[in-house]
Design a protein around this ligand. Sequence first.
Ligand SMILES: [Zn+2]
Ligand SMILES: [Zn+2]
Ligand SMILES: [Zn+2]
Length: 190
Amino acid sequence: MNQEQSLHQCAACGEQEAFLTYAVNALRRLCTDCLLKEHRNLFCPVCLHVHVTSPPPEQSILCLNCPSITHLACSSSSSADADEASSFTCPPCSDPNFSFFPKSHQNGAETVLGQESSNALVAAANISAVLMKNAAAELKKEAHEKIFAAKEAKQRAKEALGNLQELVRKQKALEKSSNPNPNKRKNSDR
Ligand SMILES: [Zn+2]
Ligand SMILES: [Zn+2]
Ligand SMILES: [Zn+2]
């Protein structure tokens, strides 16, 4: 089935048989690795904890190359020297071959889930949930705006119609008063 197939395809890396894919929006699905790599600002790339709120600046460290926010405690465990804090690059930026989650073609056999891979799945699922919630909220807002606009348009049309009826009524009254008996004039025209 077509639907079934696309559920295992990643829109970014072209992975065909991804272990899992996540909806980023209604049209785009990404594999675990690509989802995490495209949303580095949302989680710590070392411990894979998803940031509910941005961690305080004194407890986090920014990557030089990407918007990722790494816990300071996590960065010291990955980089050898504390002096490197000013030139910190996160794991995926430091290593071009880094992946948060193994791609299916990298280990032809069954995907073996280690602790890190499991954490990556949980992080990706949480991020996807946040993204979809935002997308849904956006749609809802749009729908509300449309309903509001439609109500407003209806109200304006009603007002315009009211004005028109009032105008017609006034016009008729004016005609009546300026010409109380049109038949009489017809007679005098003869
Ligand atoms: Zn991918
Ligand atoms: Zn961390
Ligand atoms: Zn980075």
